[in-house]
Design a binder for this molecule. Structure first.
Ligand code: GLN
Length: 192
């Protein structure tokens, strides 16, 4: 199994580290050619405006969409979730539009720019997941076909799945809990 990790900008090294710890071949992707022979793609957190610009600059958009069209799973964390969304509320940054969700950037305000909180994620198991939020977006709305995987106590949606697309508003790669990565790898393997 080979997983591409979009390495244009942001926290890609951390994702590669988790994948390697799980004995999975991880390829940093900056150019379209590097997507060849990957079984899935992770789009990391960072700055969605920069990631969007670099995807356009390096001609990656069509290749990523082609991969998605072939049913290859994708996992977007934080800014990566923004990139997979269909649109961003009040913002015109170009996204890949591969998931029927509308997101809101920097949604938690100054007081709560960064925080950590345990979130129940029933699809993983009974043990809550340590959610690390850094200037995080939230999912404002989602269409039929999108499965909500996690909410904060106030009902804010912070993780979801639609077919082969998986997103979290938080950063699983910055914790030592690899359950989200393992869940994604199970999607790639066609087990879930
Ligand atoms: N605030 C960033 C954005 O809007 C996302 C932050 C992150 O990925 N940690 O793109």
């Amino acid at each position: 199994m080979r997983i591409g990790v979009l390495a244009s900008q942001g926290a890609f090294a951390e994702h590669i580290k988790v994948l390697n710890q799980l004995n999975v071949d991880a390829v940093p992707v900056r150019l379209p050619l590097e997507l060849t022979d990957t079984d899935g793609l992770i789009i990391p957190g960072g700055e969605s405006t920069s990631i969007s610009r670099l995807i356009a600059e390096y001609g990656l958009e069509d290749e990523i969409k082609k991969l998605a069209g072939e049913g290859k799973p994708m996992f977007g964390t934080c800014a990566g979730m923004i990139m997979l969304s269909r649109d961003i509320s009040g913002n015109t940054t170009r996204t890949l539009g591969l998931m029927d969700i509308r997101v809101k950037r920097n949604a938690f305000g100054r007081q709560r720019e960064s925080f950590e909180t345990d979130i129940p994620v029933p699809v993983l198991d009974d043990k809550p997941f340590p959610g690390v939020f850094i200037r995080a977006p939230l999912i404002e709305s989602c269409e039929a076909g999108v499965e909500v995987l996690a909410r904060l106590p106030d009902n804010t949606i912070v993780a979801a799945r639609q077919d082969k697309m998986l997103v979290t508003a938080f950063h699983p790669e910055l914790t030592d809990d690899s359950r989200f990565h393992r869940y994604f790898l199970d999607m790639v393997a066609g087990k879930v």
